[in-house]
Design a protein around this ligand. Structure first.
Ligand code: FEO
Length: 385
């Protein structure tokens, strides 16, 4: 579908309503989209390609604009935005692929593209499209690959931010109808993709403030015609403030679930906002979203063959990957004849170093005096909040 943003700028991307998993890992409750845009001056530029299975639909959208593209801008090399470049250069053999040197390096590794098709640009370079339209390129590395860049059309005041500020959200609506819906999708996306790069995120937010675009067009999700809400959300998520407690737990025979309820009850009695997620049923995106703001994470595990439950261990793996700004980590759980679950989980924590609270592990179901210890533990946690 060809959708008009301004007289000179169109959305030509595609929706993937049926996709349910990204990177063979991330659940997509709302599908996703692979956005692409067309900017038409005397010359025409397409901004970003799409995932390869959608190449034909995307090329039909471009054709519907009744123009012959001279350039395709590659803001990011990952295949969901570059894979269909191969089809594009077959359809438009005269067109140049405009990108930075680092992105070209990736594209040549990932796709079969002829090197002579590339036109390299430097940071802050401009490309004149004629009819008073220019494209300006701003390198924005590590959102979330090292080669990412933004493209700005100052005359239309539109900034194309590739994955940055995006959301896995498929919709026939170009703009958000309900900002809270896209807020949640964007937070999930931020948590899964951008959270480890908070320092860069803050730097790029500053750049965007100086450009002051009226419209922000990312490469997933909807176009922001009131970008202040997503910029404010990102400022909040990427800032260093934390709040709340998050309980992540696995329970095999109910002891850990029972412990979780005691801790949760005591935290709530102290007016702490708590979320408790059973790791065996919570989706990875929901866990990631809760990690965005959590000041304290409490991880509960039973003991399996003298060690932590593998599902609890995978939560620590996720913690290492996403590097949340969590300040405190507490480990609790149960065992039957011994084990080293707490030491094992603490040793696995390599990428981030929250303060580790004294662990609390009991044999089987906690006895009344052990329940009191759990309550006191929860009170210590509440004091940190
Ligand atoms: Fe949507 Fe990093 O690709």
């Amino acid at each position: 579908m060809l959708r008009k943003i301004t007289e000179k700028v169109y959305a030509v991307g595609v929706n993937d309503f049926k996709r349910r998993l990204f990177d063979a890992l991330i659940p997509l409750p709302d599908g996703t989209s692979y956005n692409s845009y067309l900017v038409r001056g005397e010359k025409t530029a397409v901004i970003d390609a799409v995932d390869p299975p959608f190449a034909a639909e995307w090329l039909r959208n471009i054709k519907a604009a009744d123009c012959h593209p001279d350039y395709i801008i590659a803001n990011h090399a990952e295949q969901d935005h570059s894979g269909a470049l191969v089809d594009f250069i077959q359809a438009y053999p005269q067109a140049k692929i405009v990108t930075n040197a680092k992105c070209r390096e990736f594209l040549l590794d990932l796709l079969r593209l002829p090197v002579e098709k590339f036109l390299l640009v430097e940071d802050k370079a401009a490309l004149d499209l004629g009819c008073g339209l220019t494209l300006q390129f701003y390198f924005a590395p590590w959102v979330h690959w090292p080669e990412t860049m933004f493209t700005f059309v100052p005359e239309e005041n539109i900034l194309f931010t590739t994955d940055f500020l995006g959301a896995h959200y498929a919709s026939d609506d170009l703009y958000p109808r309900d900002e809270m819906i896209i807020y949640r999708a964007a937070k999930r996306y931020y948590a899964e993709i951008m959270m480890p790069f908070r320092v860069n995120v803050r730097k790029h937010l500053e750049l965007i403030k100086t450009l002051a675009p009226k419209i922000i067009a990312p490469s997933h999700g909807q176009v922001y015609n009131h970008p202040e809400f997503i910029l404010s959300a990102y400022t909040d998520w990427a800032g260093e403030d934390t709040k709340d407690a998050l309980l992540l737990y696995v329970s095999m025979h109910d002891s850990v679930r029972h412990m979780t309820e005691i801790v949760r009850g005591e935290l709530e009695a102290k007016n702490v906002t708590v979320r408790a997620l059973d790791l065996t049923s919570a989706d990875l995106g929901a866990v990631a979203m809760e990690l965005v703001d959590a000041r304290v994470v409490l991880l509960g595990t039973p003991t399996v063959l003298a060690g932590a439950h593998p599902v609890a261990a995978s939560a620590v793996f996720l913690f290492n990957a996403l590097r949340p700004k969590t300040k405190y980590l507490g480990l609790y759980g149960s065992y039957s004849w011994g084990g080293r679950a707490a030491e094992q989980l603490a040793a696995m924590l390599t990428a981030v170093k929250p303060e580790i609270l004294p662990p609390l592990f009991f044999k089987g179901l906690p006895k009344p005096d052990e329940e009191k210890q759990l309550t006191a533990w929860a009170q210590d946690v509440a004091a940190k909040l």
